[in-house]
Design a protein. Structure first.
Length: 321
């Protein structure tokens, strides 16, 4: 049996463990899927499948498809942004190719933003270079690239021109966006951050700020859940981090009237074994795993699917990752 205590919460009676006290407060705002399954058994192919829909690298990521199909609502920011929070020991395989555009034009790549220091490396002009100098350089570079395009007709050349222009606009838009000093103290307390600490909650706040100004898709990753040993100890360390950030994000979006317009999807690359191994840990388990959904006008306060008593396999409504 589980060492954690479970209780029902909200009008929907969602079952939550005692190490998810903040998520329990938003039980009626989330939908839990218990019957996720996948064919991938190792991190790299499993993460690649979750991010792109294929275990084989080279396919467009979810964010790239969204930006390709829906476009961007912002002229000064990319349509797809990615945050990779600072963690104790990165264990899951998270590579840049998991948020790239694959065979789509590269302008649909996800742009990785850092949550501490400069949000994008080299986004600032070096000493002695003023915006006018940068503009003159890009104008000259644009003319050269245009001549190259006229000669060879490679569409990637046009993408390169567009990306240089986007980078120029991001020099002014991104630093202002990452500056959370504009937030109220109440909002900062909700997320428990002063900014710049690379935490999951801080990146959830930055994700909300990006969505608010028209970024189409934001991916916030967390990669320290590979509990092959000391599973229960690690869960007590790691789950409160996600629990706190998720509650803050959902609550913040709801208070701002944004929750119905923003879809939140939370999942891992696969489940964990229903049995504890010799090291007190749980190993990779593709046959069943959970996911949580919120916002986007979906029907919340419900549980989709079920498993057998040991959570070894799905017994109803299996859903593929």
């Amino acid at each position: 049996g589980s060492p954690f205590k479970f209780a029902q919460h909200g009008a929907s009676g969602q079952w939550m463990s005692d190490i998810l006290p903040h998520t329990a407060k938003i039980a009626d705002d989330i939908c839990v899927v218990k019957s996720m399954h996948t064919e991938a058994i190792n991190h790299d192919p499993a993460c690649t499948f979750v991010m792109t829909g294929s275990e084989v690298p080279g396919k467009p990521s979810l964010g790239s498809w969204l930006s390709y199909g829906l476009g961007s609502e912002s002229q000064n920011l990319p349509a797809f942004a990615v945050f990779t929070p600072t963690v104790r020991k990165p264990s899951q395989a998270l590579f840049t190719r998991m948020w790239t555009s694959g065979f789509l034009p590269s302008k649909f790549d996800g742009v990785k933003l850092r949550s501490s220091g400069d949000p994008v490396l080299y986004v600032k002009n070096p000493p002695g270079v003023v915006p006018g100098d940068r503009r003159a350089m890009l104008n000259a570079l644009g003319k050269l690239n245009q001549k190259t395009f006229e000669r060879f007709g490679d569409p990637e050349t046009q993408t390169r021109i567009a990306q240089y222009e986007m980078a120029f606009r991001m020099q002014t838009s991104v630093p202002d966006l990452i500056d959370i000093s504009q937030e109220t103290q109440e909002t900062l307390d909700l997320y428990g951050t002063k900014g710049g600490d690379g935490s999951f909650a801080a990146n959830c706040l930055l994700a909300r700020r990006l969505i608010e100004v028209g970024v189409r898709c934001v991916s916030v990753t967390f990669s320290d859940f590979d509990t092959h040993s000391a599973n229960f100890v690690r869960m007590r360390q790691m789950l409160p981090i996600v629990d706190f950030g998720l509650h803050a994000l959902v609550t913040d979006l709801e208070e701002r009237g944004m929750l119905d317009d923003v879809s939140i999807v939370i999942w891992g690359e696969f489940g964990r074994t229903p049995k504890i191994n010799a090291k007190g840990g749980r190993d990779h388990w593709p046959r069943v795993g959970p996911a949580m959904l919120a916002g986007g006008g979906m029907k919340t306060g419900q549980v989709i699917g079920s498993t057998d008593r040991q959570a070894g396999s799905a017994t109803s409504r299996p859903v593929t990752y």
